[in-house]
Design a protein around this ligand. Structure first.
Ligand code: SF4
Ligand code: SF4
Length: 86
């Protein structure tokens, strides 16, 4: 699972890199257009999404809703902070 180290926007994403099959749905359906494919490949040989414009992510989880493999999810930073304090 990879996360953008320090969220710069209202949201961030977590990616299960090795589960991703590079279909690009998450990138295509992100309303903020803040995802892009990695330069690297995962073990299956696919590029996976990375948060290319972290300041633009709002944590809406549209990426997660469209991912057929549950390989990505988005979360609002304030919800993430709440979850960490529990
Ligand atoms: S959480 Fe929303 S804004 Fe952030 S990458 Fe996913 S779809 Fe885009
Ligand atoms: S929608 Fe899911 S499987 Fe497709 S590229 Fe995005 S994270 Fe990978």
């Amino acid at each position: 699972m990879s996360e953008t180290p320090a969220p710069k926007g209202k949201g961030t994403v977590f990616v299960r890199v090795e589960v991703c099959k590079g279909c690009s749905y998450c990138i295509d359906f992100c309303p903020a257009k803040c995802l892009a494919f990695s330069k690297e490949f995962n073990a299956k040989g696919y590029h996976y999404p990375v948060l290319a414009k972290p300041e633009a992510c709002v944590g809406c989880d549209m990426c997660g809703l469209y991912c057929p493999d549950f390989a990505i999810f988005g979360i609002r930073v304030k919800d993430l902070e709440k979850a960490k304090t529990k």
